[in-house]
Design a binder for this molecule. Structure first.
Ligand code: NAP
Length: 271
């Protein structure tokens, strides 16, 4: 599926180039978190694979908030940057949300700027948060009915959980959404009411078969690096036995998140 989206993006880039618009994606990476380096590397690889130019800016973990803002300002001003990502999380002591807010909403490839989050609430067009948007593409691509269904989202971060719940409950999608979090009592029973269960926690193996109604669609957003490699929130083998459909980790939501970043960047270049 990610390949299908990327092929479309590659064709869009050629079309835009023919009308004189060059698409360029910039990433800003602060510090030396190994996982962030890997994720940013993937984003550049994806951009290059579809013929999108990519620009990488790196700051040391010792950078001040003002230095982060200055780097964002510089990318905001560059004509060859049509979309930009501030790789989160920022090192301790730096405010990642403030850095995202510094990005021009018209260059917000992650769809996380408060202006664009506001437009999403209003149902207006604009870049959508990449991970929930990737999940919506998965549901759409596999023809999974959402209207009239009960969707349970575990997690309420601004990056995943909150926008996920909004998109599932939007007009035209029409799921009835229950948003859960670490304070939800009897989480397994609440989740077991879901026709569609989305887990965005970051606790490997928390979601076992007792959380899942037979036949439910399970989307595992969680990714945690462990000694055994990348792990999702869901006990895959156990839940796959009873779920109607399930996404794996790795190779499920992650590639679709990256594909959504490219789609957002195309949308911003067109606007
Ligand atoms: P986050 O900001 O840490 O949020 C985690 C959420 O899980 C919080 O809302 C928290 O509840 C909830 N939670 C924690 N422990 C819980 C428990 N025992 N029971 C129920 N809820 C619990 O993380 P995030 O940024 O949303 O990311 C979530 C996961 O998705 C992480 O593993 C992250 O690596 C992954 N992720 C994957 C992709 C991808 O492309 N695949 C993209 C982004 C994130 P409270 O609000 O009550 O604390």
């Amino acid at each position: 599926m990610a390949k299908v989206v990327k092929a479309q993006v590659a064709s869009d880039i050629e079309q835009l180039a023919a009308s004189g618009i060059q698409v360029g994606l910039a990433t800003l990476l602060v510090g030396d978190d190994p996982a962030s380096h890997v994720y940013v590397g993937y984003k550049h690889k994806d951009a290059n694979a579809v013929g999108m130019s990519s620009i990488h800016v790196e700051l040391p973990a010792s950078a001040s908030q003002d230095e982060v803002f200055a780097a964002v300002d510089e990318l905001n001003e560059r004509q060859d940057v049509t979309g930009m990502i501030v790789q989160l999380p920022l090192p301790d002591g730096l405010d990642g949300e403030a850095a995202v807010e510094r990005v021009l909403p018209t260059k917000d490839a992650d769809g996380l700027h408060p202006f664009n989050l506001g437009r999403m609430i209003l149902g207006r067009p604009g870049p959508l948060p990449a991970t929930p948007s990737g999940v919506m593409t998965i549901l759409d691509h596999y023809g999974i009915e959402t209207a009239g269904k009960t969707a349970v989202v575990i997690g309420r971060s601004f990056l995943v959980g909150k926008p996920m719940a909004l998109l599932l409950g939007a007009k035209g999608v029409d799921a009835t959404v229950i948003q859960t979090h670490s304070r939800t009592p009897d989480l397994a029973s609440v989740c077991a009411t879901a026709d569609i269960l989305i887990t965005a926690i970051g606790r490997p193996g928390l979601v076992d078969a007792s959380f899942v109604k037979p036949g439910a669609v399970v989307i595992d957003v969680g990714t945690t690096r462990t000694d055994d490699g990348l792990r999702g929130d869901v006990v895959f083998e156990e839940v796959a036995e009873i779920a109607g459909a399930i996404t794996p980790v790795p190779g499920g939501v992650g590639p679709m998140t990256r594909a959504s970043l490219l789609t957002n960047t195309i949308g911003l270049a067109r606007a």
